[in-house]
Design a protein around this ligand. Structure first.
Ligand code: SAM
Length: 229
């Protein structure tokens, strides 16, 4: 197999649920890397075992990334080729990655990011809401600044995308309804690519009633229509 390592650090997207959602190139890079930086090595070992990848892993997560960056940069400068993966989806998207990329660029180390799974793209497309202009807001702050951020959506004309945890779904839907009104269209995608995948499209009022009677589990992306032009 031809070596294709022209970068020092590869950001490699991994499945967001269905283990088959990984590209041939992602598997090639993971097999050829000297070290795989992983958010949770136990979770990632399931994927790596499935594809018979036995490259050593090193932990790289939000609690150690500041500390770990300088020693990683040193190793990259010494010619070690690394692949960064997160628990799911694209590293750097609501996951560690940005800091390391910034330091690599500062140190003239070549990076590459492979295209691949990311949760917000299928959620956006399945929402039926305009895909030509959208903003990705990631996770809303839990307390300080939360209502201000939702308030900003009042005049936002582009489609808005949020990540949210299941236990906060009802709270955020209520806050969105109170601040944006009951008639704004939205969509909730849950457990994308998994057995219990579900996308529910409707007004904020309809989504509120639907989820108020449910014990919601799993991972969630919320897509909200922009304000009318
Ligand atoms: N790096 C990931 C990406 O590329 O989308 C995002 C990681 S972030 C820590 C985790 C959040 O992504 C979840 O709380 C949820 O909002 C969203 N997510 C991840 N997998 C998902 C799935 N299978 N279905 C719906 N949302 C998902």
């Amino acid at each position: 197999m031809a070596k294709i390592s022209t970068a020092s650090l590869y950001l490699v997207p991994t499945p967001i649920g269905n283990l088959e959602d990984i590209t041939l190139r992602a598997l090639k890079i993971l097999k050829q890397a000297d070290v795989i930086l992983a958010e949770d090595t136990r979770k990632s070992s399931i994927l790596l075992k499935h594809y018979e990848i036995s490259v050593p892993m090193q932990r790289f997560h939000s609690h150690n990334e500041h500390k770990a960056v300088s020693s990683i940069i040193r190793k990259l400068k010494n010619g070690v080729v690394m692949a960064l993966i997160s628990d799911a989806g694209t590293p750097g998207i609501s996951d560690p990655g940005f800091l390391l990329v910034r330091e690599c660029l500062k140190n003239n180390l070549k990076i590459d990011c492979l295209p691949g799974p990311v949760a917000f793209v299928p959620a956006l497309v399945k929402s039926g809401l305009p895909t030509d202009r959208f903003i990705f807001e990631g996770f809303l702050p839990h307390k300080k600044g939360r209502l201000k951020r939702i308030g900003d959506f009042l005049k936002e004309k582009r489609t808005i995308i949020l990540y949210e945890s299941p236990h906060r779904l009802q709270k955020v839907l209520t806050q969105l309804l109170e601040m944006l009104g009951p008639d704004r269209q939205a969509s909730v995608s849950r457990e994308l690519t998994k057995i219990h995948e579900e996308t529910v499209n409707g007004t904020l009022s309809e989504l509120n009633s639907y989820y108020s009677e449910k014990d919601v589990k799993g991972e969630i992306v919320i897509v909200i229509a922009g304000a009318k032009q």
